[in-house]
Design a protein around this ligand. Structure first.
Ligand SMILES: CC(C)(COP(=O)(O)OP(=O)(O)OC[C@H]1O[C@@H](n2cnc3c(N)ncnc32)[C@H](O)[C@@H]1OP(=O)(O)O)[C@@H](O)C(=O)NCCC(=O)NCCS
Length: 427
């Protein structure tokens, strides 16, 4: 039996139960009534992977192309996390786990996108999807990743600890709220030389936003491979001032944007005016978190700002709570400081962990603190960690200690975000 272990680079068999033989960890039990084998295969080199995704999603060259693009060019692609389930050589299902680093509680945290996962329509509801997902989640924890994020398929992911965690934001911008077009000649297509500066601009623009990804200086992180979607940049005196990604569907949509400063905001607004004119639209929709400088300016100019929680479909499952507490230690230490206690226990993820100040460090122990404990109801953990839910929900609906709740769960604007390459699989 072999495993989805760190650094696995070749096609390997995983055996019936997915087991790490070196550490004797069983990630998941194979469904009893099937002779399922798991293999690690490359979406680029093994045609079975893409064929199965096309069959599972019942459309050609969407999820399968996405998997190939990620395997070919995504810097953090982990070859040991693309799994194929077979029965007697017959492919039944496959799953891809894509490591990404996102901002949670003000810190960078390594998680993975647990998608796409597909099971052949003839093999459904027999536990193959469960086996693939549980194996992948076990392998993520082994690699030091703290959780997994997904969007959609709630009836499936909801059964495995994935909870609503991220929001979507829309600013509906009537053309008259935009400045006159003026000169937009500083805008041009994205070039290789722009990549070096974009990750830092992105992180700065979205500094307050949980869910924001840490991007690489790689084209796949900025360019959209989806038809009808474009990334453009604006330069002033040789320096990158702004970049944005837009697509024209029923409306002109700005799906992403970074700016270096107020001049960049102005350039973006004028370019939006030009897009509205060129595509004969009376309105532009932008999808930016409320703290983004462009969203702030649009709001000031009269745009309607909408927030929704994507119907609860954008989810997070934490696979390593102590690891997550450690990565986000600063935020918990600040909460202990604010609530003037040295230790508190939180019942997140169905397990009680005590968080205590030890000098300047955070000590995490799996136990309940008899004096200070915040109980979190099932289904709320991910939302409270990202800030989708906050202290007011907890204190109002569950009678939690309002002071403690306020210090530990201040709330936020966690945006569902993903790099342009994932648009390949968008509806
Ligand atoms: C989602 C998908 C991968 C599930 O695969 P599967 O092998 O049928 O799933 P399992 O049999 O392991 O189901 C595990 C659990 O998930 C839940 N579940 C799965 N499919 C479900 C459905 N259609 N309705 C309700 N619950 C469902 C159930 O709780 C199930 O446990 P149970 O059968 O004991 O009740 C498969 O339906 C598929 O390929 N769908 C199309 C592609 C897709 O949407 N992928 C997910 C997004 S990337």
């Amino acid at each position: 039996m072999r495993t989805a272990t760190r650094g696995a680079r070749r096609d390997e068999g995983l055996g019936e139960d997915s087991t790490d033989v070196t550490r004797r960890v069983v990630y998941a039990r194979a469904p009893r009534h099937l002779h399922v084998q798991l293999e690690i295969v490359s979406p680029l080199r093994d045609a079975r992977f893409g064929a199965l995704l096309d069959a599972a999603f019942q459309r050609a060259e969407r999820e399968s192309r996405l998997a190939r693009e990620l395997a070919r060019s995504y810097p953090d692609f982990d070859a040991g996390l693309s799994l194929l389930a077979t029965d007697g050589g017959e492919p039944l299902g496959c799953a891809l786990f894509v490591p990404r680093t996102i901002r949670l509680r003000g810190a960078w945290v390594r998680v993975a996108i647990a998608a796409p996962i597909g099971v052949h329509p003839m093999a459904r509801r027999r536990g193959v999807g469960r086996f693939l997902l549980q194996t992948g989640l076990g392998a993520l924890k082994d690699r030091g990743l703290r959780g997994a994020v997904v969007i959609g398929a709630s009836e499936f992911y909801g059964a495995f600890g994935f909870e609503s965690a991220f929001n979507a934001y829309v600013q509906r911008v009537p053309v008259h709220a935009l400045p006159t077009e003026g000169d937009t000649s500083s805008w041009r297509g994205l070039a290789e030389r722009d990549l070096a500066g974009l990750p830092e601009l992105h992180a700065r623009c979205l500094a307050e936003v949980d869910g924001c990804e840490r991007r690489h200086a790689a084209a796949i992180e900025w360019e959209s491979a989806a038809p009808g979607s474009y990334t453009v940049v604006a330069e002033r005196a040789g320096a990158l001032e702004a970049a944005l990604r837009f697509r024209v569907r029923a409306d002109v949509e700005l799906s992403e944007c970074v700016v270096a400063g107020p001049a960049g905001v102005d350039l973006v607004l004028r370019f939006l005016r030009r897009l509205a004119r060129e595509h004969a639209r009376g309105r532009v929709d932008t999808h930016l978190p409320p703290s983004h400088p462009v969203a702030r300016e649009l709001f000031r100019r009269g745009a309607v700002n909408e927030t929704n929680r994507l119907g609860g479909a954008a989810r997070l499952a934490v696979v390593d709570w102590p690891g997550l507490y450690t990565d986000t230690a600063e935020s918990w230490l600040a909460a202990l400081e604010r609530s003037r206690v040295d230790a508190v226990s939180l019942g997140l993820g169905g397990v009680d962990h005590e968080l205590a100040r030890e000098g300047t460090r955070l000590r995490v122990a799996a136990r309940r603190n008899a004096r200070s404990h915040l109980a979190v109801p099932p289904g709320w953990s991910a939302g409270l960690v990202t800030g989708q839910l906050d202290h007011a929900d907890l204190a109002f609906a569950h009678g939690a200690d309002a002071g403690l709740a306020r210090a530990f769960f201040p709330g936020g604007t966690p945006q569902w975000s993903y790099a342009p390459v994932f648009e390949i699989a968008d509806e």
